[in-house]
Design a protein around this ligand. Sequence first.
Ligand code: SF4
Length: 311
Amino acid sequence: MSTFTTETAKLWMAMDIGPLWIGRDEDDPLSPASIAKDDIKNEVSVSENIQTITAQPTAFTSDAFRLQTTSSQRSVSPHDHAILTSPESHRPKTYELKPIKRAFADPGIVEVDSELLSEAQKADWHTLEKLVSRCTACKALSQSRLSTVFGTAERTAKLVIVGEAPGRDEDIQGKPFVGKSGELLENILCALGLKRGADVAIINVLKCRPPNNRDPHDNEIAACATFLNRQLELLDPKVVVLSGRIASHALLKTETSTGKLRGSVHHISVNGKEVPTVVTYHPSYLLRSPTEKIAAWRDFCLAKKLLLDLV
Ligand code: SF4
């Protein structure tokens, strides 16, 4: 029987696997004393059992449409209806909900504002965020978005995670990786002893949510690349993690699947330097395919090891 270690405990916690059974005669691996001793020096084995699995786009759901349909279509919960008709909300008692028209069947039309993009190429972080909020290059995305999702970072961050694009929760909150995916990612980072913000910057290839969470079109990725590249220049990362197929295809310029790309150290050029880069599955894919969590854990351990080797 294999020994139960702090690493095992952290892995289980991060991956939301349980329950934890701790022998009476053993040290509690989750006690503060045990955890303080640990600085993740494990050798990471990354080559075995690589599977070729490509993340699939989520099923078609039109959140905006569903929220705006008539109550007879049973899309507004009794709770929502109570709020909508409550006297405090100063709304009319009967609330006529109509579908809103958005460019769902969009062909991905892009009209780049070259002046705005050239400004972005030399902007500081704060100015860049403002430029992104003004950007309407991708017609469908800028019309349907609730907010632009610029990213979270602090100057101390040495690891940069690049995701795909905002989803529904991110669009609502204006922050990357929130909701269930964000929770899973935070758990993984926490298990690695890394703090989102101070240690880890999180940005996306696209700053606006594609309608119905469809895959970004190539011209949309190209239009947003100026913002992404400038973010990377400003962050000047020591290590980059590409989370999911869209991010790895955009930055490694390849069509190879995530399953084949992960497990190796790649490099991307930032500020004229070759930055070690690890590919892993997107947390939303891990939520749909929990058996891949162990592979993702190995990828993050590899990224942490690279980070420690460079310090
Ligand atoms: Fe502009 Fe990027 Fe949003 Fe497209 S995704 S509208 S390029 S900020």
